[in-house]
Design a protein around this ligand. Structure first.
Ligand SMILES: C[S@@+](CC[C@H](N)C(=O)[O-])C[C@H]1O[C@@H](n2cnc3c(N)ncnc32)[C@H](O)[C@@H]1O
Length: 277
């Protein structure tokens, strides 16, 4: 079954640029996770929702020239960018295809492992994507998930404008069935899908002045600005005033800004897959 393409952040120019920066921003955290997975040269692995590149280069290096990586991405422009990205890394073992993570149409139980990063926090039916992901992996194969939870995303000193913008963004997402605190419950989705030997850790960062993720709340708000105003989640003038106050706050080097909490999950697909109720 395919779901409508409800993707929270849109795919306009600024979001494209943000996702390109994200490749480098999150590479150390992802590579650390992939190291723990124990990927072997020669494996055949898949990355769902790879965006303009995601971790394709990290997976490609780990499976090596005798392995293969398949990146699946719903947006055709991102597919093109991801293809250019892997070409620039000279990784012929990595292929990118346009496809839907809800229903890939790929053979069941055909991959040694499956990875997904920051897709579930942007879609309304995450449990269906998890089921599809798990069904693609061979018995004994690995699962790796990296998902955000807005729990840790704070500034200090606090700022009322931050709180109002974040509350509007959370409400806007919830109205679309999207859970910005999904990170903490991703382990349940994989358990329900039958995954075993689940291990989870979490990482968070402080974004100092000049860090390109320090203004991520502003970037997200700008991505969905028209919807926030049009659907009455915030008044246009209030939004503009709050964004100005936010920018001033972020420019102050004495203000502390923390990242989302990133939950990193690994697990194994058992010989016999039993979905839990
Ligand atoms: C926040 S981005 C993350 C990109 C990449 N995984 C990374 O971590 O840098 C989420 C990506 O998932 C893609 N996406 C969303 N829903 C999808 C679906 N149903 N099938 C395939 N890709 C999807 C979006 O187009 C977007 O490129």
């Amino acid at each position: 079954m395919s779901e409508p393409d409800l993707y929270l952040l849109g795919r306009a120019g600024p979001e494209e640029e943000r996702l390109k920066r994200q490749i480098a921003n999150l590479a150390p955290d992802s590579d650390q996770q992939l190291e723990r997975v124990g990927i072997r040269p020669g494996e055949r692995v898949i990355d769902l929702g790879c965006g303009p590149g995601g971790v394709l280069h990290l997976l490609g290096k780990r499976v090596g020239p005798t392995g293969s990586v398949l990146g699946i991405e719903r947006d055709s422009h991102f597919v093109e960018l991801a293809r250019r990205f892997v070409a620039s890394h000279a990784l012929p073992q990595v292929e990118v295809r346009e496809g839907d993570a809800y229903a890939t149409g790929l053979p069941r139980r055909s991959f040694d492992g499956a990875h997904m990063r920051l897709v579930l926090v942007n879609v309304p039916r995450p449990e269906l994507i998890v089921l599809e992901m798990v069904s693609l992996v061979k018995p004994g194969g690995w699962i790796a998930s990296f998902e955000a939870d807005f729990l840790a995303h704070i500034c200090d000193p606090p700022l009322p404008a931050w709180d109002r913008l974040l509350a509007a963004y959370i409400a806007y997402s919830a109205a679309r069935g999207i859970d910005l605190h999904i990170g903490r419950r991703v382990h349940r989705l994989f358990r329900q899908a039958g995954v075993e030997a689940i291990s989870v850790d979490a990482v968070a960062h402080v974004y100092p002045p000049g860090h390109d993720r320090r203004p991520i709340l502003r970037d997200f708000i700008n991505n969905v600005r028209d919807g926030l105003i049009g659907e009455g989640f915030i008044d246009r003038d209030d939004l503009d005033d709050d964004l100005m106050a936010l920018d001033r706050h972020l420019a102050d080097p004495s203000v502390l800004v923390t990242s989302h909490l990133f939950f990193r999950l690994t697990g194994r697909v058992p010989e016999t897959l039993v979905m839990k109720a």
